[in-house]
Structure formats: C-alpha cells, structure tokens
Design a protein around this ligand. Structure first.
Ligand code: PMP
Length: 354
C-alpha cells in the first residue's frame, strides 16, 4: 500500500479469485469454466481481419451484440445491457442502485463473495441473510423486506436453486426495490427469470458468457431489465468507461449467440456428467448438495475440506475450498469433461482408500 491511497479504501478487503496456476498442468476444476472450447463460429470469426480492426475503438453502444441478445430472449435492445464480464454489471449495479436507507441491500450470507466486496467498496448499507439449515435460500426471508435484494440463482457455491415462481414472489413483494437475480449458472438446469422482466420493472437479471458460453477469457456479461434500469446502467458505463467491451469479445459474443444450440447442448452434457459424479460421490459416503449448476458442493465425514483440497492438488486436481467456518468441510468442484471427472473420482477414491 502506498501513502497515497484514499482513506476510504484502507480497510477494504478485495475479492480473491480462484487460483489460475502456472506451475504445472492441473485438471482444473476450481473456477467453473466450461471444459468445452468456444464454437467453431467464434473461432473462425476471431481472425486476422478482426485483429486488424483493433486499431479502431469498438462500438460504445454495442448495438449488434445487444440486438442479438435481445432477439434470443424476445426483448428489445433497450432491455439489454452488456459489459466486461458480469462482475462489471454487478459493480455498476451496486454503484447505480445501492447506498443507504431506501437503497440499502440484502444478500445471502453464503453466496458469491463479490457482493460484499462491492457493498464495502461503495459504502453501501447491507445485511447478509443466513441460509437455511440445508444451505438453501429461504424465500420467506426476502418477501416484502423493503430493501434491494441481490441473489444468485442458482446460488454459488451451494449450487441450489429457487424455482421461478418463488423468485417471482420475492420480486412482486418488493415493488419499490430492485431485485437483482444473478443467473450466472442458470443454463445448467435451473429456471430463468428473464421471462418476468416484461412484467416487473424492479427485476434485473444478470447473465454471463463465462460459463455456459465457454468465453470466460473474453470477459462478457449481460443484463436484461426494464428500459429504465438499463438506461441507469448505461449512465454509469458512460460515466466510467464507454468502450468497456473490446472488439474481439463483441464479435465472439455475437457469434456465440448465433451458435446457441452448440452451447445449450454442452450444458446438457455437463448436467449429465454432474448427475453421474454426484451419484458416484454419494455412493462413497459424500454429502452432495443438489446442484443445478456446472459445479457441485460436496463434503465427506471422513476428511476435512481443506485437507481433501490439498490432497487433490498434490495429485494434480484443483478444486475450490472456502475457509468460511460454516462451509469449511465442503469443496466446490467444477464439472469438467467425463475424462477429467474420472481423474478426479480416481484421486478421491485413492485419498480416502476406497
Ligand atoms: N456471479 C456468480 C455467481 C459467479 O460465480 C461469477 C463467477 N465468478 C460471476 C458472477 C462473475 O462472472 P463473470 O464476471 O466471469 O461474468
């Protein structure tokens, strides 16, 4: 830290991303990336011609990409916001909509760790709501709460999801507050709330190309919401970084939408592998939460979460462990290819002597 840092940030605890190791080749099951490459359409579109055009700024309005996304979900371009990863959208949303008093915000105590970081960054008045005993989000805690709400659905790192009707009850019961539903993992088997956006002007659905669309490295996220909410997000974007999506990512996103079938099929493959791995782990005594995502959250009574994480790492398999007391027995395991998961399962069995 230098002596120049604004006092406001002295106690800020930044988000710690999952490891991106360079020391050796791991079976990498720690940051919920897709095991499948982008579609051939995307690979072809990023070519010498598109690289040459990097000399020019990208379209600050992101018109083509917004139109393509809008078309996929049956909305207009004015209902779509795009940004540099969904993290960027969460950042803008906390900046735009959250603060003190009527702008205060609640989110689950165990959820995506970045919500708290943004809340701290912007000095937002926030409350973390504990999960139920079974690690689910209890909707009753949010009904008519009269504060802004941020929920990941499915939630991370638990992988558990609320159904659409339940989220709708939360949205409908808080008409004067924003409900941001982070659907980063929805394509892997949960019910999306995008269809509710036309009905509720207080609902913002945030999505990403990083998981189901195999584009984590492109940094591309989008949000769907009422025209007013999208205009507010654009106000923040044009007040910070108008060219927040680079040309190549914009091209990749457009082509990915055109190849939607390829990606949705990959999601089905991942969901099938998830079911198999869940079953195999349960057969050897693991508790595995009922995931609707591209990862599972699992613990064994035979070994602590951190130790299992370390033993797996020694064997070249990287998973994610969170030190937080209430979930320290668990590991979050990204679903890779069937071959990768076989390596993972073999390593687990070896470690536990099964
Ligand atoms: N929301 C959730 C729940 C996540 O797990 C992640 C990935 N770390 C993100 C948002 C951010 O994803 P990205 O910025 O890659 O779109």
């Amino acid at each position: 830290m230098s002596r120049f840092l604004n006092d406001r940030y002295l106690s800020l605890k930044e988000y710690v991303p999952g490891e991106q190791p360079r020391d050796m080749k791991y079976v990498k099951l720690n940051t919920n990336e897709s095991p499948f490459p982008p579609s051939e359409g995307v690979v072809d579109a990023i070519n010498a011609d598109s690289v040459r055009l990097l000399k020019l700024y990208p379209d600050p309005d992101c018109s083509e990409l917004r139109e393509k996304i809008a078309g996929l979900f049956g909305y207009g371009k004015e209902n779509v916001f795009v940004a540099n990863g969904s993290d960027d959208i969460l950042n803008f949303s906390f900046m735009a909509f959250c603060g003190a008093d009527s702008h205060s915000v609640v989110f689950p105590e165990i959820s995506y760790g970045f919500y708290k970081v943004y809340a701290d960054l912007y000095g937002v008045d926030y409350t973390e709501i504990p999960l139920a005993q079974d690690f689910s989000v209890d909707p009753e805690d949010y009904i008519g709460i009269g504060k802004n709400i941020v929920i990941a659905n499915p939630n991370a790192p638990t992988g558990l999801a609320l159904d659409r009707a339940t989220v709708e009850r939360i949205v409908a019961s808080n008409p004067d507050n924003l409900v941001l539903v982070d659907e980063a993992y929805v394509d892997f088997g949960a019910e999306s709330c995008v269809g509710l956006v036309g009905k509720y002007d207080n609902l913002l659905v945030v999505r990403t190309f990083s998981k189901s669309y195999s584009l984590a490295g492109a940094r591309l996220g989008f949000a769907i919401g009422s025209e007013g909410l999208i205009a507010d997000l654009n106000k923040i974007k044009f007040s910070t970084n108008p060219y927040n999506i680079n040309r190549l990512s914009m091209i990749a996103g457009c082509r990915a939408i055109e190849d939607n079938m390829y990606y949705m099929n990959n999601c089905k493959i991942i969901a099938r592998t998830r079911r198999r791995v869940t079953e195999e782990l349960r057969n050897i005594g693991f508790e595995v939460l009922d995931s609707k995502t591209n990862f599972i959250f699992a613990r064994t009574p035979e070994m602590g979460g951190e130790e299992l994480y370390a033993e797996l790492k020694k064997r070249g398999v990287l998973v994610r462990h969170f030190a937080r007391e209430s979930i320290k027995d668990f590991n979050r395991i990204t679903i890779g290819t069937d071959d990768e998961m076989n390596v993972f399962l073999r390593a687990v069995k070896e470690i536990l002597g099964k």
